[in-house]
Design a protein around this ligand. Structure first.
Ligand code: G3P
Ligand code: CA
Length: 290
């Protein structure tokens, strides 16, 4: 092809990308191998949902991170999976009289005192529960992408708008980030719909396995359907792919949580677009060898 024609084609492609900010995310995994997503930033190798976990995943060469966002008593968004601080921090020792140690019953200052690393390994002593703002700055610094889960939204009215405010403040709702670095997901269809309505440019995912007959309704607000591996089949993946989402493209499928090679290869054989895993290196090796 003539050099000018190549340049014109390149310019057109770049233009299309800018005009269609979510195209790359929606295309993720469409061709070739599924995207590999580090569940809780790689829960097998570092304390889940922490900044050192992001660093560790980056050092292993992974770009897609998954996390869980909840809210403190005084309204700060924090990154933590359980609705209680008990399993992943030393809250029982620091605040012995505060059972059942719910995230929503502690202030951000109180949570900032907790050790969120020692339960995993002494090597991570002193690790903190990150605020979402701190987490986003580290994701940016580490050049990572984020599958952000709005966790337990029924406990935190308005958390969707608040999450988008933090993302916007951190520069994550511009075209560059929306193009290929952000997906927002939840088990709550209402929460996913709210995110889509607040900013239709965001790529969204519904966790779970809605009935095939319900997929067209879900496609009004979700670009991906993310089922657990236990509910997955080739037929279900095909049924999801057959429906077009809110941006006019076939719905995608990211499945979870797969930590062994055999299941990774099975899911890839079903045609999934992404695999969410505590052990991204195991999945990557399995898919590379397949
Ligand atoms: O991203 C999928 C997965 O994170 C959903 O389950 O309980 O680990 O948040 P859970
Ligand atoms: Ca999650």
């Amino acid at each position: 092809m003539h050099a000018r024609a190549v340049a014109a084609t390149t310019t057109a492609l770049l233009g299309a990308l800018l005009l269609s900010p979510t195209s790359e995310v929606r295309a993720a995994g469409t061709h070739g191998r599924p995207s590999v997503v580090a569940h809780r930033a790689g829960a097998a190798y570092a304390p889940e949902n922490t900044l050192p976990a992001l660093d560790k995943a980056a050092s292993l060469g992974f770009s897609w991170m998954e996390n869980d966002v909840q809210r403190t008593k005084d309204g700060e968004l924090v990154v933590i999976h359980d609705d209680s601080l008990r399993r992943t921090t030393d809250v029982e020792r620091v605040f012995p009289g505060r059972a059942p140690w719910k995230v929503k019953d502690f202030t951000a200052a109180e949570i900032a005192r907790l050790d969120a690393g020692s339960w995993f390994s002494p090597a991570y002593a002193g690790t903190r529960v990150p605020t979402l703002a701190q987490y986003m700055r580290r994701v940016e610094r580490d050049h990572e992408k984020l599958l952000l889960e709005v966790k337990n939204p029924e406990l935190y009215p308005g958390i969707e708008r608040q999450t988008l405010k933090v993302l916007s403040d951190q520069g994550w709702l511009d075209h560059r980030h929306l193009a290929d670095r952000l997906i927002v997901q939840s088990f709550s269809a209402g929460s996913v719909r709210t995110v889509h309505d607040l900013d239709p440019g965001i790529t969204t995912a519904l966790l779970g396995s809605p009935a095939v007959t319900d997929l067209p309704r879900c496609a009004g607000f979700a670009d991906l359907i993310n089922p657990s591996y236990g509910t997955l089949s080739a037929g279900y993946v095909s049924a999801v792919h057959a429906v077009r989402g809110p941006h006019g493209r076939p719905l995608k499928v990211f499945t979870w949580t797969i930590d062994d090679a055999a299941r990774a290869r099975t899911a890839a054989g079903y045609g999934v677009d992404g695999i969410i895993t505590d052990k991204p290196d195991v999945v990557r090796t399995a898919l590379t060898a397949a």
